[in-house]
Design a protein around this ligand. Structure first.
Ligand code: GLU
Length: 482
């Protein structure tokens, strides 16, 4: 049987990193079995669901590369089908109209509490053979309740948690349609999972208490012959303080990680390892995760989010990547910084130089801005520390030697800088640092030979010319002010 999994987010905000991990586990489980992974947007809560939140889900899933088999299901468009299922349950005698008001139900719960029982609906409107139901009050629109079995128990093998069993006597008769006729979450989920042929429901463990109820509803809908889905409840992600990970712990929006310069593959790697392990291996490509991940090995205990570890995983991915694998993200970050239309070949050159020294793709982009913007200002601290009275004349000599080079390759450029330092009997830093400031405006950049090579002959010489004048003036001013 083909494995079919799904991700069923409610579009009420950004895509939370916890949701992304659930989606990843569900995607991996389908992918490694050659199955299908579908996206269902649970947008039945009209007040809380927004088009922006729906876009945010698509955007985040696309960035992560968690592709789904079309079509995307919008739960709100399936209301007719949901109502049909409710009618079926009523007709079968598995659901019934209940006219109890909210106050009535509260009073029933109160009475149960007073008796020392679990607070619950008392079954007043539930039909039973030989029972005479109360007369429906006029002007009241009833809700529909599912007639949960009253005896026996529900038992399922959770792929992550193992056996879960609960007595039916513990379960209330759930409302499956509100007074205005709209179906509720627990009904919609069951109908949608059954209709889509979902074989494995992978979802957050905040839903584990719903599962026995959903299994009962599912059984009532399809009988005992048809298989219901298997369930895997993924434990939540906690912050360092042991509380559920939320904004107050830092970034939780998947797209915020992008803005921070995390690679999608690194975030997926980190999320896969957060709650699952494979020996002591930490770094996984997506293909390796598909090969090695096992849903039944996901830890049943909640995991603690560690931003430092994510940063480390990200840097490892950046270092190990082929430059071509970095260019989409690099281009995105450059565009965020106002640099557009950089060719793929140029992006690859930049990535190849920056990937060994930058911790994030954002850093790769900011540290490459010198290639795209003229140096309007020099970093004042850098100038103070590195530009000395003799710097301008050293750079003048260097400029002439560089201009005479036949090629503009990093090794020749590096050798020229080195020879010049030797000839002037000064340390390499006394040449490289003023040169770096001249070329980039800052005292920090890739190795000086790469900095020159990336910038190219023409721009390097123009910037050197300007700096020779500027640094001459700086040095003069320094001398007069002494
Ligand atoms: N829409 C639900 C949520 O966002 C998920 C329901 C499910 O996965 O069954 O929490």
């Amino acid at each position: 049987m083909t494995t079919v999994t799904r991700f069923a987010p409610s579009p009420t905000g950004m895509l939370h990193v916890g949701g992304a991990r659930t989606a990843l586990y569900s995607w991996l489980h389908a992918r490694q079995r050659g199955g299908r992974f579908v996206l269902r947007i649970e947008d039945t809560d009209r007040l809380r669901s927004t088009p922006e939140a729906i876009n945010a889900i698509h955007e985040a899933m696309q960035w992560l590369g968690l592709d789904y088999t079309p079509p995307v299901v919008y739960q709100s468009q399936r209301e007719t089908r949901h109502r049909e299922a409710i009618d079926q349950l009523i007709t079968q005698g598995d659901a019934y109209y209940c006219y109890a008001s909210t106050a009535d139900v509260e009073a029933m719960r109160e009475r149960a509490r007073a008796r020392g029982d679990k607070p619950r609906y008392d079954g007043t409107w539930r039909p039973r053979p030989g029972k005479t139901l109360p007369t429906p009050p006029s002007g009241v629109s009833p809700v529909v309740r599912f007639a949960n079995p009253t005896t026996g128990s529900v038992r399922f093998e959770d792929i992550i948690r193992g056996t879960v069993a609960i007595d039916n006597s513990e379960l209330d008769d759930l409302v499956i349609a509100r007074a205005d006729g709209t179906p509720t979450y627990n009904l919609c989920v069951v109908v949608d999972d059954l209709d889509a042929g979902i074989t494995d429901v992978v979802r957050g463990d905040d839903h584990v208490n719903n599962t026995p109820r959903q299994i009962n509803i599912g059984r009532a809908l399809v009988g005992s012959e048809i298989d219901l889905p298997h369930y895997a409840h993924v434990p939540m992600i906690l912050g360092a303080d042991g509380r559920r990970l939320s904004k107050r712990h830092g970034a939780v929006d998947v797209m915020q990680f992008r803005r921070d310069g995390i690679l999608p593959g690194a975030l997926l790697n980190y999320l896969a390892r957060l709650g699952w392990s494979y020996g002591d291996q930490e770094i996984f490509s997506l293909n390796e995760m598909v090969d090695k991940f096992a849903l039944n090995e996901v830890h049943s205990k909640a995991a603690v989010f560690d931003p430092d570890k994510l940063a480390w995983v990200n840097q490892e991915h950046i270092k190990a990547a082929e430059p071509a694998e970095l260019i989409d993200e690099l281009a995105w970050h450059l565009a965020e910084l106002g640099v557009h239309d950089v060719s793929d070949a140029r992006l690859e050159e930049i990535a190849a130089v920056q990937q060994q020294r930058c911790k994030t793709v954002r850093g790769m982009a900011t540290d490459s801005l010198y290639l795209f913007y003229a140096v309007d200002e020099y970093d004042s601290k850098g100038v103070k520390k590195h530009v000395k009275p003799g710097s301008a004349s050293v750079l003048r000599d260097l400029r002439d030697r560089l201009a005479a080079l036949q090629s503009w390759r990093a090794d020749d450029l590096g050798a020229t800088v080195k020879t010049l330092a030797d000839d002037h009997e000064i340390g390499l830093g006394k040449v490289a640092q003023p040169l770096r400031i001249a070329l980039t405006g800052r005292p920090v950049s890739p190795p000086i030979d790469d900095t020159l090579a990336l910038l190219g002959r023409e721009t390097s010489l123009v910037r050197l010319d300007k700096a020779i004048t500027d640094f001459g003036e700086i040095a003069d001013n320094t001398e007069t002010s002494v």
